[in-house]
Design a protein around this ligand. Structure first.
Ligand SMILES: Nc1ncnc2c1ncn2[C@@H]1O[C@H](COP(=O)(O)OP(=O)(O)OP(=O)(O)O)[C@@H](O)[C@H]1O
Length: 455
């Protein structure tokens, strides 16, 4: 991810110099001349690092006052004070008040680059720690008060404390994995590991090694598999219907015999693992077609749990959107957005074939596309065409609004193009994975890319 450094200085020369040096190192920079501009930039998107001049001529707040506010609101952002010759004492005081470091004018490019590097690493570390701390909490927060969600919650509360094996069924992206995590978190195994293995993402050849581990590797070592890793906790097999027949046979044997051997080994391994599996496919059909063993199905689905499609609980959509705005904003620093009533109505009536994951991805996309103004309200006309109908600009006598509408549409296309290109490059050019991630069908993404003049 590109870095984002804010440089606050009243002297244009210094701003340009610092920005230039950092840009040469590949960093992204923004600049501000005074406290008002700086605060507006920070509100727009949380920077990863701030260079802050101690003396800010013609600014409402000086550097030390700003330090106090930024540090209070965003203690995780490192702030490097830029001090003039002779005010080292002030710079030292700034460090006592929470600044990360200071750099004295005139400075050498090398020192600036080094300080920036170190400060960015500190930011990254703090964020990772925060994510880790937050991880379990967020990952198990199950949003939604609709009747179907309350029923699901009730079912989860009943099955969680038991040790029964559970099969969670429901459409793609509806929250099956999340339900499994909630069950684990509410079980007596909560302090133990939660290990996930996705049967659809692993080749049949590797599946057994991943599940059971391997013995007798080249250097004589062994690798433990998911079953052993989950000892004392829960093993979640996602898309269990995609498990090859041979692996189904072995799993069944493990469930009957309660022990297994690693691939290439003879040692009998015994583990204490609760098995939760999930499937987006209709298991009865899989069994009828001979693709899934019926006896295994009955052993896995001691208790079946169904996660409803998003279209069965439209009442939950506003709360889910709020939750994702908050979650994405705190994870990425993007400004939260207000969703206008007309946009909310469209979002609530959309069918969401890829369910909550697709909704979440669209919220992220809107946050990126909404541009710089954090106060801007997302209207129905800003929604991507595959969700709402793109509302055509209101024709007026003078044609001004129409032109404005066209300009907006063009700007949105540019943003959208950038967004899609960024996602595609994130997945190494793999269109299928990109499509899955942003919750679009592959063919729809292709059409969209064509329409935007890409590929
Ligand atoms: N009720 C909910 N509250 C908050 N977040 C949710 C909820 N349901 C799903 N999510 C979020 O939506 C995304 C998709 O959910 P999840 O991965 O659990 O779906 P899934 O059914 O397992 O998907 P797949 O079938 O593709 O494996 C995740 O980011 C998850 O955290």
């Amino acid at each position: 991810m590109a870095t984002d450094i804010l440089i606050v200085d009243d002297e244009a020369d210094i701003r340009e110099l610092v920005a230039g040096i950092l840009q040469d190192e590949g960093h992204g920079t923004r600049t501000a001349r005074n406290s008002d501009e700086a605060m507006a930039e920070i509100a727009k998107r949380r920077p990863q690092l701030v260079f802050l001049d101690i003396w800010l001529q013609g600014s409402k707040l000086d550097g030390l006052e700003m330090l106090e506010i930024i540090h209070r609101d965003h203690p995780e952002i490192p702030i490097v004070m830029i001090s003039g010759h002779g005010n080292i004492e002030t710079a030292v005081a700034a460090i006592k008040n929470g600044a990360y470091d200071f750099i004295e004018k005139p400075f050498k490019a090398d020192r600036l680059v080094l300080i920036a590097q170190r400060a960015l690493e500190s930011f990254q570390l703090k964020r990772e720690i925060k994510d880790l701390k937050r991880g379990s909490g967020v990952a198990t927060r199950f949003v939604g008060k609709s009747t179907v969600m309350n029923q699901l919650r009730g079912a989860i509360d009943r099955v969680a404390p038991t040790n029964s094996r559970i099969l969670i069924v429901g459409p793609a992206g509806a929250g099956k994995e999340l339900a499994a995590r909630v069950i684990h978190a509410k079980s007596a195994r909560a302090k133990g590991p939660f290990v996930l293995i996705n049967a659809a993402a692993i080749t049949p050849e590797r599946m057994e090694e991943e599940l059971f581990g391997v013995e007798g590797l080249e250097n004589g070592s062994r690798k433990i598999g998911a079953l052993e890793e989950a000892h004392g906790g829960t093993l979640f097999i996602d898309e269990v219907a995609d498990m090859p027949r041979e692996t189904q046979n072995r799993i069944l044997r493990v469930l009957v015999e309660q022990t297994f051997t690693r691939v290439g080994g003879a040692t009998k391994v015994q583990v204490d693992v609760r098995l939760i599996s999930s499937s987006a496919r209709n298991m009865e059909e899989e069994i009828a077609a001979g693709r899934f063993r019926e006896d295994l199905f009955h052993r896995l689905a001691v208790v079946p749990v169904r996660v409803p499609a998003l279209s069965e609980r439209r009442d939950d959509i506003p709360e889910l959107i709020d939750f994702f705005l908050e979650q994405i904003s705190s994870a990425t620093g993007l400004a939260k957005r207000k969703i206008g009533e007309d946009a909310m109505a469209v979002l609530q009536s959309h069918d969401w074939p890829y369910n909550v994951r697709q909704l979440r991805n669209n919220v992220e996309r809107l946050m990126i596309l909404a541009g710089g103004d954090p106060e801007a309200v997302v209207t129905a006309s800003m929604l991507p065409s595959e969700i709402g109908t793109m509302v055509p600009p209101t024709p007026t006598g003078a044609g001004g609004e129409q032109l404005m509408g066209l300009a907006l549409r063009e700007a949105r296309e540019i943003f959208e193009r950038q967004y899609l290109l960024a996602q595609i490059s994130r997945f190494g050019g793999n269109i299928s994975r990109t499509a899955e991630f942003i919750g679009m069908e592959r063919s729809a993404l292709h059409r969209k890319l064509k329409a935007l003049g890409i590929g």
